[in-house]
Write a new protein. Structure first.
Length: 518
């Protein structure tokens, strides 16, 4: 008998409520390790008369779901390329590969599928392609239930294009406080200079990353810090590319550590054997290129190494979530962040505000504001030790090395025309902040009936380059955002500056005219 946790039961109750309200496309959002597969399996069991399809993007997720259904006594078939043992098209419940169905039912039309009335979509943030939409159109009357830990995409596409409503099951902080997830202990050991690295599909270009990250000094740095902090821990390492992953694996092995490399091109049989050796503890360190960020379930894993930076909040949380599951004797998950991802995206337990409109990045300011408010209310501030790089809060003394932070005065620097507070090293705005600023400029321009190009020129005035084309398309299609007080003040400051500039020019011209003889 499956005993549900309170948050899992709440998710099922909320789903039932929304279905009674005639909502037919629902998205369940719950952190990695919270039991989304359990929620789906129990939901399938509670609707025994409904022809049901469970869609997953990867082989590992398909087998994981199949095992869970078998545990609770739900007969089912498996539709997956190369899978014959579990195939049973007469079963009411089918667990299927998304790509296999697209190939067999849409492209080749060799598979005739039942009229499913319930469809579950695992890793729902991935499935927004035209092919998936065509597949979903085969069952126009079905209720779709998406499952994801990260309802956001690096390309900014809105999940609301498909889903009507969202069910937020629980936060990482809530599940950590309740003991269903372990806390993450962060070390931020190095932050590479990523200037010149291009952006492709909303994330760092892998070729550019490989050039920067796959250097002997950094490779040695990853292994050196792992030996210092995590030599006894079961570890997964996320690399920037296959070449980088292979180099790191070689470095671990040369230091006497049992390590293996795996990537998407690894043959399936070899991949299965590598994962099995890692699960059995024969291999201590698994180095990969994002392959283990989805569908990899090893509760004993207690160390995650970021040897790759990412702009994607979703990918960051997926990678981080691999180590947060509980296991007997496991107290925490050690995170060695060589890529500055902690500085870029925050900790595991930060408040995050998910939406269905594709603007998860635009909620960064709300997330930051919530974090600052929580810190102000508690008097607690997160800091990183300059000696051992351990990140902690609630004290001026590092709990790892004992370094004591002396309180320092903060100098205020001024320059002509504006007062600017310089608090340490000023970080450049993130792409999300730049996008938010442009969309707010567009909203301001709409309110004032300015020309369509006004926002782009103002953006260039601040940053020195033009806004991205996809931001312009978004503004043209959906309109801009309501401008924040900061954006309004910036625009007003530029109006004042231009007015002063015009007056100064007029005075210069008048002075020249005064000196012209008649």
């Amino acid at each position: 008998m499956l005993i549900l946790r309170p948050h899992q039961e709440r998710a099922l109750e909320r789903r039932a409520d929304l279905m009674r309200c005639k909502k037919k496309r629902l998205l369940i959002v719950s952190p990695t390790g919270s039991g989304k597969t359990v929620i789906a399996a129990e939901s399938i069991k509670r609707e025994p008369g409904e022809p049901t399809l469970f869609l997953a993007p990867r082989r590992e997720l398909i087998y994981q779901t199949s095992r869970k259904l078998a545990e609770i006594g739900v007969p089912h078939g498996i539709i997956l390329a190369g899978e014959k043992k579990g195939m049973n098209l007469y079963s009411r419940v089918q667990v299927a590969s998304r790509d296999t169905l697209i190939s067999r039912a849409l492209r080749n039309k060799k598979l005739v599928l039942p009229n499913f009335t319930r469809v579950y979509v695992d890793e729902a943030h991935i499935g927004l392609s035209g092919k998936f939409q065509s597949l979903a159109a085969l069952w126009p009357d079905a209720t779709f239930t998406g499952l994801t830990a990260t309802p956001c995409r690096s390309d900014g596409k809105a999940l609301g294009m498909f889903y009507e409503d969202m069910i937020e099951v629980a936060t990482v902080k809530e599940l950590t406080d309740q003991g269903y997830l372990v806390p993450a202990e962060f070390y931020s050991v190095s932050e590479p200079d990523l200037r010149g690295v291009r952006t492709t599909a909303g994330d760092y270009n892998e070729g550019d990353l490989n050039t920067i990250m796959n250097q002997p000094k950094l490779v040695g740095d990853v292994v050196e810090h792992w030996l210092q902090h995590a030599a006894e821990r079961r570890t997964v390492v996320f690399a920037t590319s296959i070449a980088h992953s292979l180099a790191l694996t070689k470095e671990f092995i040369e230091h006497g550590v049992s390590a293996e490399h795996v990537d998407a091109t690894t043959p399936q049989n070899a991949r299965d054997q590598i994962f099995e050796r890692f699960k059995l503890g024969i291999t201590q360190v698994l180095v990969n290129c994002t392959l283990a960020s989805v569908g990899f379930d090893l509760p004993d894993l207690d160390c995650v190494v970021f040897a790759r930076p990412t702009k994607s909040l979703g990918l960051y949380l997926q990678m981080l979530g691999r180590g947060l599951r509980t296991a007997p004797g496991k107290k925490d998950c050690l995170v060695l962040d060589h890529a500055g991802n902690w500085h870029r995206h925050g900790s595991a337990i930060d408040d995050r505000f998910w939406t269905l409109d594709g603007r998860y990045a635009l909620d960064a300011e709300r997330t930051k504001a919530a974090k600052e408010k929580r810190q102000q209310e508690s008097g607690v501030v997160e800091i990183t030790c300059p000696v051992c790089k351990y990140s902690f809060e609630g004290s001026r003394q590092c709990p790892k090395c004992g370094y004591w932070f002396q309180q320092k005065a903060k100098a205020i620097e001024t320059r002509e025309g504006q007062l600017v507070k310089m608090d340490g090293k000023q970080k450049p705005d993130t792409p999300e902040q730049r996008m938010k600023f442009f969309l707010e400029l567009s909203g301001y321009g709409d309110m004032k009936s300015y020309s369509p190009g006004w926002a782009s020129h103002k953006f260039r005035e601040k940053y020195g380059d033009w806004p991205e084309w996809k931001w312009k398309q978004h503004a043209e299609k959906h309109g801009g955002l309501d401008p924040s007080i900061e954006t309004i003040r910036w625009v007003k400051s530029r109006i004042i500056a231009h007015a002063k500039s015009r007056k100064a020019k007029e005075r210069r011209e008048e002075a020249l005219l005064d000196n012209v003889p008649y």
